[in-house]
Design a protein around this ligand. Sequence first.
Ligand SMILES: C[S@@+](CC[C@H](N)C(=O)[O-])C[C@H]1O[C@@H](n2cnc3c(N)ncnc32)[C@H](O)[C@@H]1O
Length: 268
Amino acid sequence: MSASYLSVLKKSLTAPLYPESAWRILRPERFGPLKSAILRQFYKRGLAVVLREPYGPEVRAHGEDWPLFGYSMVGTKRLDNIETCLKSVVAEKIPGDFVECGVWRGGASIFARAVLNTLDETQRIVWLADSFEGMPVQSERDKADPALAGNAYLAVSLEDVKSNFERFDLLGDNVRFIKGWFCDALPTAPIEKISILRLDGDYYSSTMDALRNLYDKVSPGGYVIVDDYNACKSCEEAIAEFSAERGIVPHLVQIDRTAVYWRKPFVA
Ligand SMILES: C[S@@+](CC[C@H](N)C(=O)[O-])C[C@H]1O[C@@H](n2cnc3c(N)ncnc32)[C@H](O)[C@@H]1O
């Protein structure tokens, strides 16, 4: 029963049920003055111009496009990985909560809450950390990666993410939100112990801020998942630098074409 619930949930969250989810709304801020003025006129009248991109099952499974609807862009393989990691920490009694830094519409965390509930692990908290207003301005270290600050598509409000949890009947006291830039909000976040730390902030600074503030809270045997490892050069550099800084040699395991994870050793 829970296997079929989780399977349908994965499809609802990443939207492979609807090929039209590959369509893309042309947003005024992405164009020059003329096109942007025309698009704004459409917007004012409640209309949008949509590019009918073809749906690619492989692309979606690997989390390589941004679904127009759906609640997560991580793809099914990375949701499978969340399920596997959660089942592992529960079976092996690794203490701690699930934390995601960079949540967008909340889909990956919605899925984590559902998996924990099916395992009767309702006492473990699912924490969602995000600006809830999109990406930060790029630092010098992120300049080689795509400019995403100001991209309205990535700015999803806290209220919208809460309402997405409600749609799946998964909002409760064991789902908590940390609002703000990681560098400001994570140092004082009231998280005690982490069994799974999921990093999905794309950039060097976002990855580093999350690791520097939260890695020590990851239990031995816990997992660190890096969503953007092969997507953003600066994210890969952050992992290398943090590892050197801490004198650790993480054994990176590839999840799909983009994401990796490692397990914190049981003994230091
Ligand atoms: C790629 S999206 C996350 C995708 C999401 N995990 C999912 O399931 O689809 C990146 C998110 O990270 C957030 N973000 C990136 N850097 C951040 C930072 N330094 N502080 C706060 N939020 C940040 C953005 O607001 C955005 O919601």
